[in-house]
Design a protein around this ligand. Structure first.
Ligand code: DP6
Length: 362
């Protein structure tokens, strides 16, 4: 598929108004996307676990309007009008207009809510942009003769990517790859694909507890962050390493080798932060409590033989990953030893999930 394959044929149907509600999850990358080219094309392939509890639900209502020269929409978060979200959505609409030519024909009301607290430092762009992309695809489906389920999801992922790169990995589960990789059939820079190979039982229903170390605004926006990879002294090596890690994770996922999984995932997390520490300007996004948690996890693993490990996104929060058969033991450890490093003791128990869902269509 190329970009032009996502430009629809002239619509054969018309519709005056309606609404669709989709819920779409967040995801956590095991091999990280960090660095992009023009038009939201990733510099390297990435793979993530789709989450289950952390999700955004978006209701998109639409009604035909007369003036078709501009975009028209209102955004609400938890029933409160959010004009400060408008510029991000306007940018998104401009990027996807060529692929959804109906966008200026309607006024849209976008009502959204997250299951996780909004000031949690958990990125809502992946779940938010994927939910909105799915709602827009539901509108396109009404206007078109036939859109297969495969094309529907593929195009929703393609559109979500244009809103926020990692959002294209949030539509399906339980593992999604985004970015061209010679050894992964069907992989593309344009959209996420379900991981196509065998996955060992060890990785089924994997747990992710998100420790909310810093619930404030992100210190570095993802756009600024990705831009730091332009002219970065280690960029080329990093992009090669990510592709190699994706090759390596294939056999790890197949054989269920949890020790190799831990080494790869923790190294990816620390490499992401190392890229930020060695860019110009440079940033340290970990907090002292992030380090405390990492050290506690290492000590616990040493003492107990547990297969618990951590990963990080571009912030101070820690994602604690552990197999299903260690749920009770690790959650006990988190409660007694790690919760004290979280703001207000807060953390979210989540696990691997299976992707977005259509909730209501009216
Ligand atoms: C560190 O997808 O938020 O979470 O494309 O600019 O919206 P934009 O970036 P975004 O970047 C996420 C980066 C990451 C790693 C990852 O999810 O792969």
């Amino acid at each position: 598929m190329t970009e032009t394959d996502f430009i629809p044929k002239p619509y054969s149907k018309s519709i005056n108004n309606g609404s669709f509600t989709w819920s779409s999850p967040s995801n956590i990358a095991l091999v990280k996307y960090w660095g992009k080219k023009k038009d939201q094309i990733p510099e390297n392939p990435s793979i993530s676990f789709t989450l289950d509890n952390c999700k955004t639900t978006t209701k998109l209502s639409f009604s035909k309007k007369d003036n078709q020269n501009e975009f028209s929409f209102d955004v609400f978060l938890d029933d409160e009008k959010k004009d400060d979200f408008k510029s991000k959505i306007e940018t998104f609409f401009k990027r996807i207009e060529a692929y959804l030519p109906f966008l200026k024909d309607y006024h849209f009301k976008i009502e959204t809510s997250n299951t996780f607290p909004h000031s949690s430092g958990i990125a809502s762009s992946a779940s938010g942009m994927s939910a909105l992309a799915l709602c827009l695809m539901s509108v396109e489906k009404e206007l078109s003769e036939a859109i297969s389920d495969t094309l529907f999801i593929q195009k929703a992922s393609f559109l979500a990517r244009l809103g926020s790169g990692s959002a294209c990995r949030s539509l399906e589960g339980d593992l999604v790859v985004w970015g061209n990789h010679a050894e992964i059939d069907g992989s593309s820079d344009l959209y996420g694909v379900k991981y196509p190979f065998e996955v060992h039982q060890n990785f089924k229903n994997y747990n992710d507890t998100i420790l909310l170390v810093d619930k404030g605004e992100k210190q570095v926006s993802s756009t600024v962050g990705h831009n730091l990879m332009y002219g970065h002294p280690f960029a080329a090596q990093r992009f090669d390493q990510a592709a190699e890690n994706l090759s390596n994770i294939k056999s790890i996922l197949k054989t269920g080798d949890l020790d190799a999984f831990i080494a790869l995932v923790e190294s990816e997390a620390l490499t992401l932060h190392a890229m930020m520490m060695t860019s110009m300007p440079y940033f340290i996004l970990m907090k002292p409590n992030t380090m405390e948690i990492i050290n506690k996890i290492w000590a616990f693993r040493e003492a107990t033989n547990s297969k618990v490990c951590f990963t990080l996104d571009a912030g101070a929060n820690v994602h604690v990953l552990y197999p299903e058969n260690e749920t009770e033991e690790v959650q006990g450890f988190i409660k007694t030893e790690l919760a004290i490093y979280c703001q207000k003791g807060e953390y979210i128990n989540d696990k691997v999930g299976f992707g977005a869902k259509l909730i209501v269509s009216e």
